[in-house]
Design a protein around this ligand. Sequence first.
Ligand code: PEP
Length: 261
Amino acid sequence: MRKLFIAGNWKMNLDAAAAKELTTGLKDNLCDCTAAKVDVAVCPAYVYVPQVVEIAQGSPIAVGAQDVYFEGNGAFTGEVSVAMLKDVGCKYTILGHSERRHVIGETDELTNQKLLAALAGGLDVILCIGELLEERQANQTEAVIERHLRKGLAGVTKEQMAKVTIAYEPVWAIGTGQTATPEQAQEAHAFARSIIADMFDNNVAQETRIQYGGSVKPSNAAELLSLPDVDGALVGGASLKVQDFMGIINAGASTCGCGCQ
Ligand code: PEP
């Protein structure tokens, strides 16, 4: 049974005071019972990571970065290394987010270099995959998912896959308010899992968590998170408000069916 994993991607939002308030609010509202059912992480902009780590200390909230560079150190102006993120208490990094791919122009090859460096250096990875609207309309969804997985995970061992979460994020659903239907999400997740089984084995595929991302909110979270192949959510806009992010986390916890909520 895969434990749900819900992560907030704060993108280039908030200032120091707002990041503090949000982290404190989440810490105060996340009870042990919910944390036992749902892993929770937040991914602030680099500059706020140390402060968020400090506030989250002693709570079940893990902290991640939104990106990392693959080189260890040296003349890479503007970049941040895996060791630096480890040094300030990061557990995760997001990689291959659609905004890195389609706004900044990162390739599958660069994403893969970053992913291999992150895993080698001890960071867990959330690898984002997913198609553009025109790719879906041209029936390319499965081809894009397969390419992102095969190229993004090239060179990863079966053992390392325990440190990898996949986030299926159809680009047309990110920040648009347009969510994939449960059928679309389940179909894409099941397909992604079949590719992971082919690349590694069925055991790895069954253990790998696949988050859904794209306009997840409290009102649609329970339905999405109860799908058989959806193991959590990567949340943008709704992770910026305590009430909304907690609503999603609590919706996830309520899908476990243990009746304790
Ligand atoms: C994201 O940033 O990965 C994301 C899914 O954003 P939103 O929830 O706002 O669509």
